[in-house]
Design a protein around this ligand. Structure first.
Ligand SMILES: [Zn+2]
Length: 372
């Protein structure tokens, strides 16, 4: 059996570390493109400029157009080649970061990741999720190399809307369960090998720290402050979940997410919010111990992650729509087939409906404990 672990070359996290970005980036290239949306540019520009001006780097900002699509990746790759950039930094959320990774690969240059939100575990991985121009999931792209530098300024993360932070916890919540399933099934992780013990321990720690520090960190970020709990959860959402999913592997939860992108109504939901619900579906499919399911449901309810169709804004979802989700979620190349049993459309549909019912019930139970 061949086991594989991949990770970013360098990970730097802390309050105000963006002040030190220049010295970390300088060894990677001479001419730097910073890919960022207008909003993100506004947030990071002053600090980043001050830091880069203390180095010998040439640098320019390039505006990210909003979707990690084939067209945008091609466009950025072209600019990189034409202008002779030899290092790129993506600053912002998952879509910008993934576009930077894919364009860097296209141009054959190193990539720096500067997340301004902790909403997914995309930053450390050698994977990009590509969407159609309309925002539907299209494909995963795999690169031969993880980012050269991931630099996370926790003060910037804490200034972003708390919903991003909570969504990152939703993405991280699934990490251990998906890695565990992949390991049990003898399936492969995202790096093309079986999970190492290291990856499994990282994934488990991801879940444990989430339960321990999640609520406190969420409350701190609501106040836009950085505590040690916030540092723990930024590490959970970014590094532990990142290595955990890539080197541990994905299973049903992320396929349910992929399926749910088919709902126009769900486009206003973030990746991790849908993944959290996908995890509940996975646990139902696996007939997981009810105590464990309740622990996951209670965590979601406590921090504000969706546990039922109502929470997802899909209160009146039709059976036809659900069947479309299930069809996409069970497509041939989906990680749902890493489950240790044959996965049929029927099984997934029944689990979806049950997950919704269980989630609604648990929510009601918490407000009126006399139900049972
Ligand atoms: Zn994810």
């Amino acid at each position: 059996m061949i086991r594989t672990l991949v990770a970013p070359v360098k990970y730097v996290q802390g309050r105000n570390v963006l002040n030190e970005a220049g010295e970390h980036i300088e060894p990677l290239g001479k001419k730097l493109m910073i890919l960022a949306s207008e909003r993100v540019t506004h947030i990071i520009k002053d600090t980043l400029l001050a830091s880069l001006q203390r180095t010998n780097l040439d640098f320019e900002f390039e505006k990210f157009k909003g979707e990690c699509s084939r067209k945008e990746i091609e466009r950025v790759s072209e600019v990189l080649k034409k202008e002779g950039f030899n290092v790129i930094a993506g600053a912002g959320g998952g879509k910008t970061l993934d576009t930077a990774k894919a364009s860097a690969y296209g141009a054959g240059i190193p990539v720096v990741i500067l997340p301004t939100i902790a909403s997914t575990d995309a930053p450390t991985s050698a994977i990009a999720v590509v969407y159609t121009a309309e925002g539907e999931f299209e494909e995963y792209r795999f690169f031969p190399r993880n980012p050269d530098l991931v630099l996370v300024d926790t003060l910037i993360i804490a200034q972003a809307p708390v919903r991003f932070f909570v969504s990152g916890m939703g993405d991280a919540l699934a990490t251990w369960f998906e890695a565990d399933t992949v390991n049990i099934a003898g399936a492969q992780n995202m790096a093309g090998g079986h999970p190492t013990s290291a990856a499994l321990r990282i994934a488990k720690l991801c879940y444990e720290n989430l339960l321990k520090y999640g609520l406190s960190a969420k409350l701190a970020v609501e106040k836009k402050v950085v505590t040690e709990a916030v540092e723990k959860i930024v590490e959970v959402n970014t590094l532990l979940s990142g290595i955990g999913f890539e080197s541990g592997g994905l299973a049903a939860a992320h396929s349910i997410y992929d399926g749910m992108t088919a709902f126009k109504a769900s486009h206003r939901l973030y990746h991790g919010e849908k993944v959290a619900f996908g995890l509940i579906v996975q646990l139902v499919m696996e007939n997981c111990d009810p105590t464990q399911i309740n622990e996951v449901l209670d965590f979601c309810i406590q921090v504000g992650l969706p546990v039922c169709f109502d929470d997802l804004g899909l209160g009146k979802v039709s059976r036809d729509d659900l069947e479309k989700v299930v069809r996409l979620a069970t497509a041939e190349n989906e990680t749902i087939h890493n489950e240790p049993f044959p996965v049929t459309e029927e099984l997934v549909l029944d689990a979806l409906l049950t997950a919704d019912a269980l989630g609604s019930f648990r929510k009601k139970l918490r407000t009126s404990p006399n139900l049972v």
